[in-house]
Write a protein that binds this ligand. Structure first.
Ligand SMILES: Cc1cc2nc3c(=O)[nH]c(=O)nc-3n(C[C@H](O)[C@H](O)[C@H](O)COP(=O)(O)O)c2cc1C
Length: 331
């Protein structure tokens, strides 16, 4: 490779990867590794962080990495570099999810800067949202932030479909609660000590426990986060789906998920990814009913709504030190 190729310097790359690592990930496993080459940056899945019980195929691990990839794309643009992404560049290594090359960007747009700010402010909010509708145009705006090939975002507006989706979410929770392996895995990643760099800490879980009414979420037990008294959850549900169900679809779903969550944060909306419904065959089939024409693979659902409390956003969620996930690489 010619050394004349313009490439961001190491400081810029590390700054972008720091933003990338703020991405959401299932159980906050942060299942990614970054390799910094002379003229490119590479994203790998860290398969040692895959959740064997809920994620046997690595689908949610790859979605999580896709979210980090989208965060990285936004961050590089904000730092004046247009990323060119090659997805799944190495058929011989299925963990090699993306290779990113760069061209200088003459100007940074305001929307990109707003998205980078949103990456710092965004949190998964598991508390009930205000029982006040989010205007349809705003929901459309948030959904349309996801412009990934082959990924559809369905806003569940029809009350019957919403009811079906809520039943599917509730059913998924009942099935999983009865599974001791699921419970063990959840416990392993929940309520770690306050200085942990990973997993879901008590500060991110409502003191009142899981939502009492409305949209059922994953039960992380009872945490420390102040939450409004038991009110109905006014969240809108969205479902991200793809027409096929391959690793490339999962990666792009993660990128779309990140775009939706950052757009919601920019609009001062709270959000929470919900993946239980896609983790058992029967509930994934039920969730398919809300996808366009009832076809396609539901990949992840999202609750979006107005925060019901002034304590917004909630506390920062921990991340592993960058030095643990990024290294120099000779390609
Ligand atoms: C693929 C995926 C699935 C997730 N599933 C759930 C879920 O079912 N319930 C939930 O409360 N949070 C879920 N999350 C959110 C993560 O728990 C959250 O991103 C992580 O704990 C880090 O916290 P943060 O989003 O506040 O930074 C999911 C996130 C991703 C990317």
């Amino acid at each position: 490779m010619s050394s004349a190729r313009p490439t961001p310097d190491l400081e810029t790359i590390l700054a972008a990867l720091d933003v990338a690592c703020r991405a959401p990930s299932v159980h906050n496993t942060q299942p990614w590794r970054w390799a910094i080459a002379e003229h490119s940056v590479h994203l790998f899945a860290d398969a040692s962080r895959r959740l064997p019980v809920v994620d046997p195929d690595g689908r949610e691990m790859t979605i999580s990495c896709g979210a980090a990839l989208h965060h990285a794309r936004v961050a590089f643009r904000a730092l004046g570099w247009q990323p060119r992404v090659h997805r799944l560049p190495n058929p011989a290594d299925r963990d090699h999810l993306a290779a990113i090359e760069f061209t200088p960007l003459p100007q940074v747009d305001q929307q990109t800067l707003a998205m980078v700010s949103a990456s710092a402010a965004r949190r998964t909010d598991r508390r009930p949202f205000l029982n006040a509708p989010v205007p349809a145009e705003l929901l459309e705006q948030v959904a349309s932030a996801a412009v990934e090939d082959n990924v559809r975002v369905t806003i569940v507006t029809d009350p019957v479909r919403r009811r079906q989706m809520i039943l599917a979410l509730a059913h998924a929770d009942v099935v999983q609660r009865a599974d001791s392996l699921y419970q063990d895995e959840l416990l392993e990643w929940t309520h770690r000590h306050t200085h942990s760099h990973q997993g879901i800490l008590a500060g991110s879980v409502a003191a009142s426990g899981p939502l009492p009414h409305g949209i059922p979420g994953r039960d992380f037990g009872t945490g420390d986060l102040e939450s409004p008294p038991a009110v109905a959850d006014g969240a809108t549900l969205c479902v991200l789906s793809t027409s096929t169900d391959e690793p490339l679809d999962w990666l792009r779903t993660g990128e779309a998920l990140s775009a939706v969550l950052l757009a919601a944060t920019t609009a001062e909306l709270g959000s929470c990814a919900l993946s239980q419904v896609t983790e058992t065959r029967v509930t994934r089939d039920l969730a398919r009913l809300v996808t366009p024409n009832g076809i396609g693979e539901p990949q992840v659902a999202v609750r979006i709504g107005w925060p019901a409390t002034a304590e917004f956003p909630g506390p920062t969620t921990p991340r592993r030190p960058l030095a643990d996930v990024a290294r120099q690489w000779t390609d």
